[in-house]
Design a binder for this molecule. Structure first.
Ligand code: ZN
Length: 289
């Protein structure tokens, strides 16, 4: 990397030039988190007392060799982070299979023990960035999906989840989404010939309340995941009754991957000392051709 004079002065004043020149940083994972907290406070996102955004593994005082952002700190992503020589993993979703990363039921579980050991043996630090990344305006998650779909210009002003796209059939829109996002197991509810224009995007988990709020006012609701006996059932009934047109279930991880790519971009602007890479968690599913 070549520094221009202004960047050099900025790094020098922060005592970072030596770090850069020797390819090492003394910045700790805890300091990265504090940097994030400071940046978010500047845009009105204050740190919550109750939050899942905490360290999930490793020592927060570890010097950071590089940062990986991902939607989910799967064993696969952890392996790829370690292989890339980046020891801080910033994950949007849990590491240990439940919202609070409560591991009390897993103390004898072979997989849990192996994952803990992998993190320890490789000197990784895992930190979750969920609540406060969503709280930032605009929310990077729907914005990331819209960008990938080429829909950014169709966003309804000040509503990062609402888009008015040029009218097309549900079948054509679904095909566009599948190919743009590289999804193998996307699922669609609704008539492929239905005409779609008003679209809402909610890439994470979507509960019944979201379906009640969103489906009646939009032609198409795009979600990461929904319970099949809640939002999906509501959507199916709404279509049977002729009250709504389409629901697309992308899959949770593939739906929020683009938003963590956005997070990597955002972090590069505030943590210039270390290399930052987005590693997609991808889809856990496949389906026979
Ligand atoms: Zn999310």
């Amino acid at each position: 990397m070549t520094l221009n004079r202004r960047q050099f002065a900025a790094f020098a004043s922060a005592g970072l030039v030596a770090d850069r020149l020797f390819g090492q940083s003394s910045l700790t994972a805890q300091q990265v988190v504090e940097r994030i907290q400071g940046e978010l406070a500047k845009v009105g996102v204050n740190w919550r007392e109750q939050t899942v955004d905490t360290f999930k593994g490793g020592d927060p005082n570890t010097p950071v060799s590089g940062i990986v952002t991902t939607v989910m700190s799967t064993l696969d992503v952890l392996r790829r982070a370690a292989a890339a020589g980046k020891n801080m993993v910033i994950t949007h979703e849990p590491t240990y299979y439940n919202g609070q990363d409560d591991t009390s039921d897993m103390q004898q579980d072979e997989l849990y023990l192996r994952k803990v050991k992998f993190i320890k043996d490789n000197g990784l630090v895992v930190w979750r960035f969920h609540d406060h990344w969503h709280a930032k305006k605009p929310d990077g998650m729907p914005v990331g999906v819209a960008k990938l779909l080429g829909w950014s210009q169709y966003q309804v002003a000040d509503r990062e989840r609402s888009y008015v796209i040029p009218e097309a059939t549900l079948g054509a829109v679904a095909k566009h989404i599948k190919s743009s996002m590289g999804i193998k197991t996307m699922r669609v509810v609704g008539d492929p010939a239905a005409k779609i224009s008003r679209v809402a995007i909610s890439p994470g988990y979507s509960n019944l309340q979201a379906a009640l709020r969103t489906l009646p006012n939009n032609d198409l609701f795009i979600v990461g995941e929904a319970r099949e006996w809640e939002g999906v059932e509501y959507a199916f009934d709404a279509m049977t009754a002729g009250l709504s047109k389409g629901l697309i279930v992308l899959g949770h991880t593939i739906a929020e991957d683009p938003g963590m790519d956005e997070a990597a971009d955002w972090l590069r602007g505030i943590v210039p000392e270390v290399p930052i890479e987005f590693i997609p968690a991808g889809e856990p599913f496949w389906t026979p051709a």
